[in-house]
Write a protein that binds this ligand. Structure first.
Ligand code: IPE
Ligand code: MG
Length: 233
């Protein structure tokens, strides 16, 4: 979700007004995902690097996180949304950590959409944490070094139980991953749009999904192999 600050500056508003406007896009995309039957949606809300922003902006983001959790919880529960936060939450204010834990608990049984909010998340942080877990298990003798394969790494990442993302969408015109789900996006389709996040609504989301639907995903195979496979299906 990129471009909140620029959206606001273009309107001569403080950057934080862009973050507030961005909450509307979050609501639109979450509700549209539920309507379309999408099973998992991950939003990159706050990266490990975002702490380096001015203190006041970080404060507003934390406050927005709190108030949005409070305001949206009931609607999420009604829509069958299960909320999960991925990232190093220990760095968040105590009250926010509590609220996150409550929201996760209340929505635990919902299964229409898993909504993951990546907060204080970084792809490298995720991989380093998985490496640490593997090393701890090897040291404890519950795992051998030879048994470490791709599945063993995957199982120790923040995402473990969800499939890899099919589609990665970045708004705001920048064309980079910015340390998002590095391991998990190995085969994701990438979609970039110049729209700023507050301008990204249901229509833009549908365009991105239509674009995705037209792509051929080969996963290392040739186009001919894929056609042969689909003919035998
Ligand atoms: C994305 O918008 C929101 C967060 C990172 C929290 P930005 O704040 O990065 O907006 P720009 O890139 O400055 O326009
Ligand atoms: Mg940005």
């Amino acid at each position: 979700m990129d471009g909140n600050g620029r959206w606001a500056r273009q309107r001569n508003l403080p950057r934080t007004a862009g973050h507030r406007a961005g909450v509307r896009s979050v609501r639109a995309v979450v509700e549209e995902s539920v309507r379309l039957g999408i099973r998992a949606l991950t939003l990159f809300a706050f990266s490990s690097e975002n702490w380096r922003r001015p203190r006041s902006e970080v404060g507003v983001l934390m406050e927005l996180f709190m108030s949005t959790l409070r305001a949206e919880l009931r609607r999420m529960a009604e829509n069958g949304v299960r909320l999960r936060i991925i990232g190093d939450r220990a760095a968040f204010p105590e009250k926010l950590q509590q609220r996150i834990a409550e929201a996760e608990e209340i929505t635990y049984g919902n299964d229409r959409l898993v909504l993951q909010v990546a907060a204080n998340y970084g792809g490298r942080w995720d991989l380093a944490a998985a490496a640490r877990r593997l090393a701890t298990e090897v040291a404890a003798g519950t795992l051998t070094a030879e048994a470490i394969d791709e599945a063993a790494v995957t199982a120790r990442l923040a995402f473990a139980d969800l499939p890899d993302p099919d589609l990665f969408i970045r708004t705001g015109g920048e064309q980079r991953l910015s340390n998002f789900l590095l391991w998990q996006c190995a085969y994701s389709e990438l979609y970039f749009t110049a729209l700023m996040w507050p301008d990204f609504g249901v229509d833009a989301y549908r365009l991105a999904l239509e674009d995705f639907a037209r792509r051929q995903r080969r996963f290392g195979l040739t186009g001919e192999q894929l056609r042969a496979e689909s003919e035998t299906d």
